[in-house]
Design a protein. Sequence first.
Length: 362
Amino acid sequence: MRRGGKAARIAVIPGDGIGKEVIPEAIKVLRAVVAPARRQMEFVEFDWGADKYLREGVSLPAGAVEMLRDEYDAILFGALGDPRVPSNQHAADILLGLRFKLDLYVNARPVELLHDRYTPLRQRTEGDIRFMVFRENTEGLYVGIGGFFKKGTPDEIAVQEDVNSRKGVERIIRYAFDYTRSNGLKRVCMSDKSNAMTFAHDLWQRVFKEVRQEYPEIDSRHLYIDTLSMEVVRDPRQFDVIVTCNLFGDIISDLGAQIAGGLGLAPSGNIHPGQVSLFEPVHGSAPNIAGKATANPFGAVLASEMMLGFLGWNTEAATLHSAVKAALREKFVTPDLGGEHGTISVGDWLTEWVGKNPSAAT
Ligand code: NAD
Ligand code: IPM
Ligand code: MN
């Protein structure tokens, strides 16, 4: 991560599909929110994604990881995934590649209902749905260790290894407790499947029991992932912070997104404290709506808010949060939220709102 430069340098990777539609809106709003500040923000765009992969056979270019690490403060990312690349190889190389190679071990996925109207849960209101999911982001079933035996025959065997290191499990659990403590929250729920995954998640159990003792003021508990999925829907008020493994975190964060209004609204940060980190909406490239200019840009804007917070631009971050809340309140929304506005007009609306409600000068 660069230190001490005058301007924050942001690497922008719009990616595929609606990533290319929502990221320009996020940048437009970001430019507006940082304009009154004395500090500056500089954006450099990279065309990594399916088009480049199909054209040149290049997914994550050589030297990319070192360049991002040494020359940028943060990465703003859209989405990857294209029906023309059924193997999803470029996404694995670029997105998982960056998560792993930059060692972005915290995948922070906030779930927050920003307006009562948008939850499918009956009688739940804004304060009822507000928790953070911390997803382990560098190991688990995502490491890509495995293989086929007798592929394509009736006797075929496919193996996918679930890798859990003591260090990896401990640092994400500890991060969840530290976040809870430093944000004045009360409850941490660790979720695993230790009743069936008797080796990998036995490690999670043992580490959790050890680490929780260092945080006696925090109410910590464990739920199996199947029970957690049910409880999050039954009564989301129970949760402040959830910490879980890579795959379960992927799933529970989509579930969380849906109870807070849908995938179009959900942001995430792939973080290694003190190092260059990557911010993206939780959603994918949505090939079913790509090219129609109707994608919801809120997830990308809220991911930009997380990026600003990470960079220490807290006032500007809060302004983006308020801007999205205002758009929801005014029903200036895309079709996924029942509105009739397009991606660009929603981006324009937010930009204008930010212009009229500038952050206190920083
Ligand atoms: P998806 O998130 O792309 O879409 C799921 C559903 O949500 C679709 O109906 C889509 O139209 C809708 N949706 C998602 N984002 C939206 C938005 N901003 N506005 C309005 N509607 C939105 O998930 P999928 O269809 O399972 O995956 C499509 C591709 O994206 C796949 O290649 C997948 O691997 C990839 N993907 C990438 C990421 C990422 O880059 N982080 C995340 C998830 C999926
Ligand atoms: C996400 C996505 C990715 C994941 C896919 C595209 C590999 O679903 O960012 O949530 O599973 O992490
Ligand atoms: Mn996902």
